[in-house]
Design a protein around this ligand. Structure first.
Ligand SMILES: C[S@@+](CC[C@H](N)C(=O)[O-])C[C@H]1O[C@@H](n2cnc3c(N)ncnc32)[C@H](O)[C@@H]1O
Length: 350
């Protein structure tokens, strides 16, 4: 039995010169273009297994072709219908890989994805796990995404968790799409998220217009005739008074003498640094840490920040050790904007 149904052939939907900004004006320009009509016609009623509005599918394809993300995540595979859309878009973009999660899909998703066209199948990895388990592992490993489609559990607490954790691992300028914003959970997760993170961009300027006095009224989506809100990460990593960890990364040694920052803008304030070196593979495991509060006036560009007291493991290097470094930073009396996560020395990530 062919569980996927007939698949449309692979063909680009865009001409080389068709470029549109990811902004309210850019989306409007695209909506009025032949290019949109082509994409919308292709995705009208297709793939049948996709539980997404027709325009929403065209919009996913558009955003991916414009952004050319390297790493994509879909939370909530269901019948892998929208997964096929994401795979077609990364195929057309010429780069990118889609991971898709569904803790309840192990019996159906692998078979559905196995029937994709080979050029699409090779661009997709299905994981039979919940967003909580998956994002925990991504955060711990210092991983990242450039595009996340949040379409798992639509309960407010779950949607809020998916959004907060996706934002945590999002690279600068990355896009998060929420589906089913006609439902309370994804809608309120988005409005509350933007209240906590005003540096994030409400791409179409519609989330800010949700009427707090009409909590059950249907909101205006980020694009006509779909059920999506679009959020874009700021063009830098923002660090403020709430300490931000950059994962617990496997490393090749046991000493951190300092960190390196790549400033996206001049910084003037107080940098708070915590460096933790963990060593597993010995009993008892070892955990050493140092914190420092350092005035920082520098940038833009790279800046080296030596720790007043280096963190040095007392366990000498040998086979079988699992060493990890976690750097957490905060910034007060100003804003810290980074081009990349902090790095550390002399140990290096493995
Ligand atoms: C609305 S459907 C997804 C539709 C699919 N993205 C599409 O557009 O065709 C929601 C899916 O999310 C899955 N799900 C529920 N809780 C989840 C979680 N915590 N993490 C990942 N997926 C979850 C459900 O099993 C269900 O298949």
């Amino acid at each position: 039995m062919n569980v996927v149904g007939s698949q449309r052939p692979l063909a680009p939907l865009y001409r080389q010169d068709e470029r549109f900004d990811i902004s309210a004006a850019g989306l409007l320009e695209w909506y009025r273009s032949d290019c949109f009509r082509r994409a919308a016609a292709f995705y009208a009623g297709y793939p049948e297994r996709s539980i997404f509005a027709d325009n929403g599918r065209a919009l996913m394809h558009h955003l991916i072709v414009m952004l050319r993300p390297e790493r994509l995540l879909e939370i909530g595979t269901m019948y892998a219908g929208t997964t096929e859309v994401l795979a077609r878009a990364v195929w057309e973009a010429g780069r990118g890989h889609v991971e898709t999660l569904d803790p309840y899909g192990a019996d159906r998703c692998p078979a559905l994805i196995a029937e994709f066209l080979p050029e699409l199948r090779e661009r997709v990895t299905y994981r039979p796990r919940s967003s909580a388990i998956h994002l925990d592992q991504v955060i711990a490993g210092g991983g990242f995404y450039d595009f996340v489609l949040i379409d798992g559990s639509h309960e407010l607490e779950f949607a809020a968790f998916d959004l907060e954790c996706s934002a945590r691992v999002m690279r600068p300028n990355g896009i998060i799409v929420l589906d089913n914003i006609e439902q309370v959970g994804p809608r309120f997760a988005t409005t509350q998220f933007l209240e906590r993170h005003p540096e994030w961009i409400d791409v179409a300027g519609v989330v800010g217009k949700v009427d707090a006095n009409r909590p059950l009224a249907r909101p205006t989506p980020s694009f006509p005739d779909c059920f999506n809100f679009l959020l874009q990460a700021p063009p830098y990593y923002l660090v403020g008074g709430v300490p931000r960890s950059f994962g617990n990364q496997p490393v090749d040694g046991g000493e951190v003498a300092g960190i390196e920052l790549d400033l996206a803008a001049p910084a003037d304030g107080v940098l708070h640094v915590q460096a933790i070196v963990r060593t597993f593979g010995v009993i008892p495991a070892e955990e050493l840490s140092e914190t420092a509060e350092l005035p920082l006036r520098a940038g833009p560009g790279p800046v080296k920040v030596p720790l007043p007291r280096p963190v040095r493991s007392r366990i000498s290097d040998r086979d079988g050790l699992d060493r990890r470094v976690e750097i957490t930073i905060a910034f007060t009396n100003g804003a810290l904007k980074l081009k990349a996560p902090p790095t550390f020395y002399p140990v290096r990530p493995r």
